[in-house]
Design a protein around this ligand. Structure first.
Ligand code: NAD
Ligand code: IPM
Ligand code: MG
Length: 362
């Protein structure tokens, strides 16, 4: 029986529309192969939405997302909008989407593919076999805490303020996602905080430690974020699952991405307790290469595979996409960010065509 899904596409800015086009083509092919009918609807977010409507997240976009089975997002942001006040910037649209859909859990897997070991800036023996899942809290912490803003003091000096805040229930719900995730993987969870300095981190550490009593099969460790950043590049294989707050997770997931060769390879899933999730690459809108057919579309395509697996319960179609990605890499196809000597340099579109051929052949 044909399965029907309503998918909202948010191509956004910069390289967003280029990589989204590839992901949609790939989904259409697996759709016909697995009897899945996608009803794709495009909506505005980020700079594209600001230009068209004056707002980074029009209410029509949030409503469409709420009424969908899943949301596939590319990226937002760009130089053009960088001087706007923070609440009017493209980034505010993305944060509003995450908050509006209550997507508190962001899963960011960083797995080194054997074909790309030499694309990593680290030595082969350091990165070979790396397989990390960063579980990042996504709707709290310093990104959303109040007070926030730029205020003027009594002496007329400007003062910028953000507040890092977590409640027990916010820590517990992301903690549970992380313990469950670790349990399905290699059973190791490292919680990352700054409890030597920040009270909010002390509460984080206390709650995660408390929660670990419910998961005796998961081995829990704690690291301060500065050490964690160092350990990620020194010996990344020590990590299985990492759980951390919003800001630390943002930074550590970019670092983890680079272990795998390029940020252009890393997908993510943003999930709530119920309702549609958002599937998006870890990278941004890459304005420096936008419109030049140079972007690596694989993080976007792998985000579409995560959508099939986590939101639509179509693991076979997800496997098929992931296999096609491995196959094009195996045959030597590379975009500029993962290019190595002796490989075939392709643009974004040609990489998409190659993926389609791989899907149709297998
Ligand atoms: N989820 C998102 O939408 C998201 C995430 C991060 C940054 N941003 C926004 O993107 C804009 C640019 O931010 P940035 O430059 O710090 O980060 P970025 O991730 O956009 O780019 C960092 C570097 O990685 C390269 N890169 C990124 N994705 C690539 C891909 N698919 N293929 C090849 N190369 C790729 C870029 O060319 C650039 O050199 C900013 O406005 C930022 O706020 C958006
Ligand atoms: C663009 C920005 C708001 C976003 C974040 O900081 O969460 C991005 O860096 C990410 O990693 O998804
Ligand atoms: Mg980021």
């Amino acid at each position: 029986m044909t399965q029907n899904y309503r998918i909202i596409l948010l191509p956004g800015d910069g390289i967003g529309p280029e990589i989204m086009a590839v992901a949609v083509d790939v989904l259409k092919v697996v759709g016909t192969q697995f009897d899945i009918q996608f009803d794709f609807q495009e909506a505005l977010i980020g700079g594209a939405a600001i230009d068209a409507t004056g707002e980074p997240l029009p209410s029509a976009t949030l409503d469409s997302c709420r009424n969908s089975d899943a949301v596939l997002l590319a990226a937002i942001g760009g130089y053009k909008w960088d001087s706007l006040p923070s609440h009017q910037r493209p980034e505010a649209g993305l944060l509003g989407l995450r908050a509006g859909l209550e997507l508190f859990a962001n899963l960011r897997p960083a797995q080194i593919l054997p074909q790309l070991i030499d694309a990593s800036t680290l030595k082969r023996e350091v990165v070979e076999g790396v397989d990390i899942m960063v579980v990042r809290e996504l709707t709290g912490g310093i990104y959303f805490g109040k007070p926030k803003g730029i205020f003027t003091t009594e002496t007329g000096e400007k003062r910028g303020v953000n507040t890092m805040v977590y409640t027990e229930s916010e820590i517990d719900r992301i903690g549970r996602v992380a313990f469950e995730t670790a349990r399905k993987r290699r059973g190791k969870l490292c919680s990352v905080d700054k409890a030597n300095v920040l009270d909010v981190s002390q509460l984080w550490r206390d709650r995660i430690t408390q929660l670990s009593q419910e998961y005796p099969d998961v081995e829990l460790s704690h690291l301060y974020v500065d050490n964690a950043a160092m350990q990620l590049v020194r010996a990344p294989k020590q990590f299985d699952t990492i759980v951390t707050g919003n800001l630390f997770g943002d930074i550590l997931s970019d670092a983890a991405a680079m272990l795998t060769g390029s940020i252009g390879m890393l997908p993510s899933a943003s999930l709530g307790a119920s309702g549609p999730g958002v599937f998006e690459p870890v990278h941004g809108s890459a304005p420096d290469i936008a419109g030049q057919d140079k972007a690596n579309p694989l993080a976007q395509v792998l985000s579409a595979a995560m959508m099939l697996r986590y939101a639509l319960d179509q693991p076979k179609a997800a496997d098929k996409i992931e296999q096609a990605v491995l196959q094009v890499l195996e045959q030597g196809d590379r975009t500029g960010d993962i290019m190595a000597e002796g490989m075939n340099l392709l643009g974004c579109r040609a990489m998409g065509d190659s993926l389609i051929r791989a899907l149709e052949k297998s």
